[in-house]
Design a protein. Structure first.
Lengths: 371, 198
């Protein structure tokens, strides 16, 4: 396995496809950027697929090439962590539609120009189908899927679409459909991008002058939804930013303003506005029950997969009732399910942060599944 | 796993047929479920209201969902389990009669254990002390107790008779010792019933 080019950090593969998409179009070829850690057991039983969130990528436990920051889930993945390359074969792939190496709007189409808005609209199920193609390429037959937020949606979709391939599923701070409020916040972000004159109908790649202002506002609005009011109050309160008195102007007087502006601007260095449109659309279209005749339980009928769901009490983006709804469907379907609502002040972002109970639950759940 | 089970749980563990599908409602940290899994190769699922208990149970590899007996039984299909278990929880539910209905719908059989409010020490506390009892099985003062629907062994027997529910087994405990069915309503601190639909 040492010399197998398929395995290791910062990999990429271009598969011929075609990948048939839910929207009726197809994608061909399909490039997928991914990383693997650890080694696949002889029986292939130790594969863990990690599914990333909206603006995540495949650098789950390796340094991000653009920001130089550590991987986005080093608290969960790494030596001595619940998901450990010493024991597990870990795969994390960049979703299609993204801008971090997998096929997306910035990718060159057949005519050599970037797809831009010619890229087909994709769904969470399309992302998962692309991941399944990657698993075939890597020789992974069955796996355990783990993800938070949009990653959790992919895990649910994996379990519903490929039930015989998913042994265990860990779904953290997620939902089986996007609520009206979720869609509403995403629409604010998309409109901010499209209202930026630099967006130019999505054709900004050649001029290399992207709609950074619009994308930045989109990120600022979204970032608020990842935090809790209590968390914001504790972190910033009404404190002023590097000044003793209000400026009576529209600079970032308040620390929270300065923080959000920083979040927005730094995001534009690492993310593509068109990808943001496509991936938020995929999330808005996500409704697992709708794909199964309107009954969520039917998505899991006869499933042998073990499920573990975790929600956080201050997460108002994907609140506990969303997880509970999934648990009720799993119980109705007779599936093996575990669920716990953990307490954290960090809101939706808690799934990425230091919540020891989360690691204990995931560790115990994986070990009980023989991992 | 060699942890010592609470006496009522030990009785239940000893009387579940190997390989059964079991739902433990109010499973705590999963001690009974772990015993059933390890000793009887049971497919055990649990419901527990307390998040820390759920985290412990899931951390030891058990399938436990955070929920409560009054709210979260309706989604389970009928006859989904060989046994539904409700240990020391009946008296804490808002609608014990409905919870028992659900238990017997979901499970072909049900184990129910509860503290007996007609135990002689309880009677004595009320009669001679004029105070709400604080005993081994009712250890908490009146204002802090989770027990909102106290019952006695005879109350439970009458309830079963009213509803044509069949008793397959009954065990009566004084501390960790079994005591006879005769005068159990007076002598037993708590009871374990194995019941099924009539």
């Amino acid at each position: 396995m040492e010399h197998d080019e398929r395995f290791g950090p910062a990999r990429s593969v271009t598969l011929p496809g075609p990948l048939a998409l839910d929207g009726g179009q197809s994608l061909s070829p399909v490039t997928i950027a991914y990383e693997t850690y650890g080694r696949l057991n002889a029986d292939g039983g130790n594969a863990i697929l990690i599914c990333h969130a909206l603006t995540g990528d495949h650098h789950v436990a390796s340094t991000h090439p653009r920001t130089g920051k550590p991987g986005w889930w080093t608290r969960m993945v790494g030596e001595g962590k619940p998901i450990d390359p010493a024991r597990h074969f870990i795969i994390c792939s960049n979703v299609i539609g993204s801008c971090m190496g997998s096929s997306g709007p910035a990718t060159a189409a057949a005519d050599g120009s970037p797809y831009a808005m010619r890229f087909p609209v994709i769904t969470v199920r399309d992302m998962v189908r692309a991941q399944a193609m990657l698993m075939d390429h890597l020789g992974v037959r069955t796996l355990t899927a783990v993800g938070g937020s949009m990653g959790g949606m992919q895990v649910l979709e994996w379990a519903a679409t490929y039930p015989e391939r998913v042994k265990s599923a860990v779904i953290i701070a997620s939902a089986a459909r996007h609520s009206a409020q979720n869609i509403a916040f995403h629409e604010v972000g998309r409109q901010a991008i499209m209202a930026d004159p630099k967006w130019r109908g999505g054709d900004y790649y050649e001029a290399n002058d992207p709609p950074a202002a619009g994308l930045s506002v989109a990120r600022m609005a979204a970032h608020i939804t990842y935090l809790s009011e209590a968390g914001l109050t504790e972190k910033f309160g009404r404190r002023l930013q590097a000044r003793d008195a209000k400026g009576f102007g529209f600079d970032a007087d308040f620390q929270v303003e300065s923080y959000l502006r920083h979040q927005g601007i730094s995001f534009t260095d690492r993310f593509d506005a068109n990808s943001y449109l496509y991936i938020t659309r995929a999330m808005d279209y996500f409704d697992l029950a709708e794909e199964h005749g309107g009954r969520l339980a039917d998505a899991f009928r006869g499933s042998k997969t073990r499920f573990c769901l975790v929600s956080f009490d201050t997460d108002w983006l994907y609140p506990t009732r969303e997880s509970r709804g999934i648990v009720h469907a799993l119980n109705a379907a007779g599936a093996a399910a575990s669920f716990v609502e953990l307490s954290s002040p960090f809101g939706h972002d808690a799934f990425l942060l230091d919540v020891p109970e989360l690691f204990r639950v995931v560790d115990g759940f994986l070990k009980a599944g023989g991992l | 796993m060699s942890e010592t089970l609470r006496p009522d749980l030990a009785i239940i563990a000893d009387n579940v047929a190997p390989g059964s599908r079991v739902l433990d409602v109010g499973c705590g940290d999963g001690a009974l479920m772990a015993a059933l899994r390890d000793r009887a190769a049971a497919d055990a699922r649990g419901i527990e209201i307390d998040a820390a208990n759920v985290a412990s149970a899931v951390g030891r590899g058990l399938s436990v969902v955070q929920g409560d007996a009054d709210e979260d039984l309706a989604d389970y299909p009928s006859d989904a389990f060989d046994y539904a278990i409700l240990s020391q929880t009946l008296q804490t539910t808002r609608a014990p009669d409905k919870v028992l209905d659900e238990l017997l719908r979901i499970g072909r059989k049900a184990f129910v254990s509860f503290p007996n409010f007609a135990y002689w020490r309880v009677r004595a506390s009320l009669m001679w002390g004029g105070r709400m009892p604080v005993t081994r099985t009712l250890p908490v003062a009146w204002y802090a107790t989770p027990n909102i629907h106290h019952l006695t062994i005879d109350d439970f027997r009458a309830f079963l008779k009213e509803r044509d529910i069949v008793t397959e087994g009954a065990w009566f405990l004084n501390g960790d010792r079994l005591t006879s069915a005769a005068a159990a309503n007076f002598r037993a601190e708590h009871a374990v019933f194995l019941i099924r639909r009539g």
